[in-house]
Design a protein around this ligand. Structure first.
Ligand code: ZN
Length: 221
């Protein structure tokens, strides 16, 4: 088969077609959430539909599939929060399903699954340091901080901090950070990534187990 010719090196010269994207005939796509498994796993559509039916949603969520991409139509707007408000990922049989909410310029090509928001717990922070400002600093070492959970400014001692952090998926997860409480005196803080079950202890990347890793120990160091 001949390859498609894409004159990518040419300047972008082409006709302009004016459209009103907000008046487009497929306006009902606004209930769409696109999902893809992090390890490119594919499950049959009926399995995914059965799983989705088991969620406690107010309306029916219809699923369709195109290769490794799942399209979820959230028919009741009040269910929308489950997908967009609370979660960037869901877990099915230990695999992480990455979710992308509808946007007006969404196309198959534009859907980016290289990063996602993950809930991260930080354990080991001294009680005396609990503040939102400090929590943001801590989680900022793992990625972009989207939300901080609970009330980190509370005077009451807290077991852990929790935040949703924008995480690059092809890169090793950050395992934690140090707090330098006096010059050269360090305390280690552990990060725990919620819902991440397939995680490589060799290279630190999500989506495969240590035994499946293609990197040698030397490369991973
Ligand atoms: Zn690996």
């Amino acid at each position: 088969m001949a390859e498609n010719f894409t004159p990518a090196s040419l300047p972008r010269r082409g006709a302009k077609i004016p459209v009103d994207i907000y008046e487009a005939p497929k306006g009902n796509l606004q209930s769409l959430v696109v999902g893809k498994f992090i390890d490119n796993k594919r499950y049959p559509l009926w399995q995914i539909q059965q799983w989705v039916v088991s969620w406690e949603t107010r309306g029916r969520v219809e699923v369709s599939q195109d290769h490794d991409v799942y399209y979820l139509f959230i028919n009741n707007p009040r269910d929308w929060d489950i997908f967009v408000g609370q979660h960037n990922t869901l877990n099915f049989k230990g695999s992480l399903l990455l979710l992308r909410p509808w946007s007006y310029t969404m196309s198959y090509k534009s859907i980016n699954f290289s990063a996602t928001g993950l809930w991260v717990k930080a354990e080991g922070i001294p009680f005396i340091l609990t503040s939102e400002e400090f929590a943001t600093k801590i989680f900022g070492t793992a990625g972009g901080v989207l939300d901080i959970d609970g009330n980190p400014n509370s005077q009451a001692p807290q077991r852990f901090f929790r935040a949703r952090v924008w995480t690059q998926l092809g890169k090793p997860l950050v395992p934690g950070c140090y707090i330098e409480y006096e010059p050269d005196k360090l305390l280690w803080v552990d990060f725990k990534y919620e819902g991440v079950f397939h995680f490589c202890k060799k290279c630190g990347v999500i989506g495969h187990n240590t035994a499946e890793c293609r990197k040698s120990w030397d490369e991973a160091e």
